[in-house]
Design a protein around this ligand. Structure first.
Ligand code: AMP
Length: 215
């Protein structure tokens, strides 16, 4: 199963990708996470991407395509994977198809998370994660069961993303509408596109995604 979770920043696709990946045991590939790792490790890619990401703009197609190309060759991807944050331009979508065709694979399912802008901004401003295990939380929708302690690993080291502020979020939404939304007709034509309500609660969205996967 090769699945693309599609939608604006803050629509919940990262949270769902994490849940589904665990459930059906295929990797969750987030280009945002991979780029943040590269920035942290100060690799050549990370150094190129850091300021672009901080401004809320898109990193070049070439950089992200190479990251994905390298990643999907790994043996853990042979039964499929969930893409989160990729593709983000029509060129990335076309390039992904070319990569997959050479491996006799194809995108099986694209799920579009629809959410309105104000809800997105509030969600993004509220989100934080465990700095040790990466578990995601939100001030409005998902606080740790015990205040200040990660449910998954017991750590108290919580972090917030540098680009999760109102000004950068507006830029990221602008990039989404200008460069990313135009991908939808491409997948609609391939008859792999489904839309879901990204504002529904986490469990309902997971249930809906699982039923699409099983179809
Ligand atoms: P995300 O975690 O998916 O919100 O991504 C964070 C940032 O990483 C984005 O605002 C972009 O600067 C960059 N980024 C992630 N994925 C892509 C992509 N597929 N194409 C271009 N830039 C990306």
């Amino acid at each position: 199963m090769i699945m693309v979770l599609f939608g604006p920043p803050g629509c919940g696709k990262g949270t769902q990708a994490g849940i589904i990946a665990k459930d059906i045991e295929i990797p969750h590939l987030s280009t945002g996470d991979m780029l943040r790792d590269a920035v942290k490790s100060k690799t050549e890619t990370g150094l190129k991407a850091a300021s672009i990401m901080e401004e809320g703009k898109l990193v070049s197609d070439e950089i992200v395509i190479n990251i994905i190309k390298d990643r999907i060759c790994n043996s853990d991807c042979k039964n499929g994977f969930i893409l989160d944050g990729f593709p983000r331009t029509v060129s990335q979508a076309k390039e992904l198809d070319i990569m997959l065709t050479t491996e006799n694979m194809k995108v099986d399912l694209v799920v579009d998370f629809s959410v309105n802008d104000e809800a997105l901004i509030s969600r993004i401003e509220g989100r934080f994660s465990c700095g040790d295990c990466g578990e995601g939380y939100n001030d409005h929708t998902k606080l740790p069961t015990k205040e200040g302690i990660c449910d998954e690993c017991g750590s108290s080291n919580f972090i917030r993303r540098k680009d999760d502020n109102r000004a950068t979020v507006s830029k990221r939404l602008e990039a989404y509408y200008k460069d990313t939304l135009p991908i939808l007709p491409y997948y609609k034509e391939k008859k792999v596109l489904h839309s879901i309500d990204g504002l529904a609660d986490i469990d309902s969205v997971t249930t809906e995604l699982m039923s699409l996967i099983k179809k």
